[in-house]
Design a protein around this ligand. Structure first.
Ligand SMILES: Nc1ncnc2c1ncn2[C@@H]1O[C@H](COP(=O)(O)OP(=O)(O)O)[C@@H](O)[C@H]1O
Ligand SMILES: CCCC(=O)OP(=O)(O)O
Length: 353
């Protein structure tokens, strides 16, 4: 199987080429802030990113017509099941004209379809484990105010992939383990995986602050701030200039650790608070399964940090053994998911909205 993977992030597009489950090429194409800031909407970046992907594929010497499949990160679709969704017109229209939230991942399917058109009809294109995978049971949807539902939006692709990996390392299957998975990076998501489903998740709205996002905030103060700031300003504080960045002026955890090492007390306090909130977030999911958690998995860029991971592990190890899977497994998760569908081992879904 020859699979191309496409994973657009805020300032980069990661692409990979996988043959028979081996990564042959991978590249993170950086898009400069200057080039991106001229666009009002994420969707407007499509042609720029497409050209960058095509240039890279050309540099690799890939013949697109030989591709069996393309796997792209799924964007802000309506709530969907886990697994593969074949890219169709309904999905493209939704992501282009009425995504739930503007986010770089919305470009995944749009880019994949453009490349599929070059590759030809026999190449099939999918998104896999979109950020809106929603497997909440009814009880988890109740927010506390009628008319406002809790939402399942987060790093489903990586969290499900690492849960599968840890389960397999223990000669278990994803379908029969109960894990809490914390994806910790520019954005955070913490999710509970039980009997093969992601049954609860806290992320931007309810989770810990991250290196640049606020996470959950005191609601009364948020309401007051809304009277003094525009919606755009509020969204910027919440998703781009919150968290560690708002306190310390950097979103780089390595820089924070350097400051701590030379005695910066504010950096120490903020880092301690991040570990405190991450631990609280992990702990908040354990009662859902009456504490019968079999493992806690820490992943994302922050899982590289020995200091932060030690601080969190100290607080949560009483719940279950802690495993670290630093970085992300998104490239292989996309490639393997698409290959399973193409081999007929897994069914794909169709978006109909
Ligand atoms: N070795 C490391 N030690 C501490 N922090 C790290 C390390 N490597 C990466 N990070 C931090 O991980 C964060 C980025 O996480 P990542 O998951 O790559 O984010 P993104 O959401 O942008 O994909 C940054 O704050 C970075 O400083
Ligand atoms: C939109 C939910 C997933 C998310 O926040 O992804 P990033 O951290 O890559 O922005």
């Amino acid at each position: 199987m020859r699979i191309l993977t496409i994973n657009p992030g805020a300032t980069s597009t990661k692409i990979g080429y996988v043959e028979e489950e081996e990564i042959v090429y991978q590249e993170t194409i950086a898009h400069s802030v200057e080039k991106l800031q001229v666009f009002d909407h994420v969707q407007d970046q499509l042609e720029l990113r497409l050209q960058a992907v095509l240039d890279q594929v050309h540099e690799w010497g890939l013949n697109l017509k030989l591709l069996d499949g393309i796997g792209a990160r799924g964007g802000l679709l309506p709530p969907v099941q886990s697994g593969a969704y074949e890219i169709n017109q309904a999905m493209l229209d939704y992501l282009m004209y009425r995504p739930r939230v503007e986010h770089a991942s919305n470009l995944g399917a749009l880019l994949a379809e453009k490349i599929r058109a070059v590759a030809g009809k026999k190449t099939r294109a999918f998104v896999y484990d979109p950020v809106t995978v929603d497997e909440f049971p009814p009880v988890a949807r109740i927010s506390g105010l009628k008319g406002m539902e809790r939402e399942s939006i987060g790093h489903a692709l990586n969290m499900r992939a690492v849960a599968r990996e840890v389960a397999e390392n223990q000669q278990r299957t994803y379908e029969d383990v109960t894990y809490i998975v914390a994806h910790l990076g520019g954005g955070n998501s913490i999710s509970l995986h039980h009997q093969g489903r992601m049954v609860d998740l806290i992320s931007d709205d309810e989770g810990p602050f991250s290196t640049e996002r606020t996470g959950e905030l005191p609601v009364k103060q948020v309401i007051a701030w809304c009277y003094d700031h525009s919606q755009k300003e509020m969204m910027t504080h919440y998703r781009k200039q919150g968290g560690v960045l708002s306190y310390l002026g950097t979103n780089d955890a390595r820089e924070v650790e350097k400051r701590i090492a030379i005695g910066d007390e504010e950096a120490s306090l903020v880092y301690e608070a991040m570990a405190y909130q991450i631990s609280k977030g992990i702990g908040s999911l354990a009662p859902i399964v009456a504490g019968k958690v079999e493992g806690i998995i820490m992943t994302g860029g922050l899982a590289y940090s020995d200091v932060l991971m030690a601080a969190v592990e100290k607080q949560v190890a009483f719940i279950a053994p802690v495993y670290r899977v630093p970085g992300e497994r998104e490239l292989m998760a996309l490639a393997k998911g698409v290959a399973r569908v193409l081999r007929g081992e897994e069914l794909s879904h169709q978006l109909t909205c």
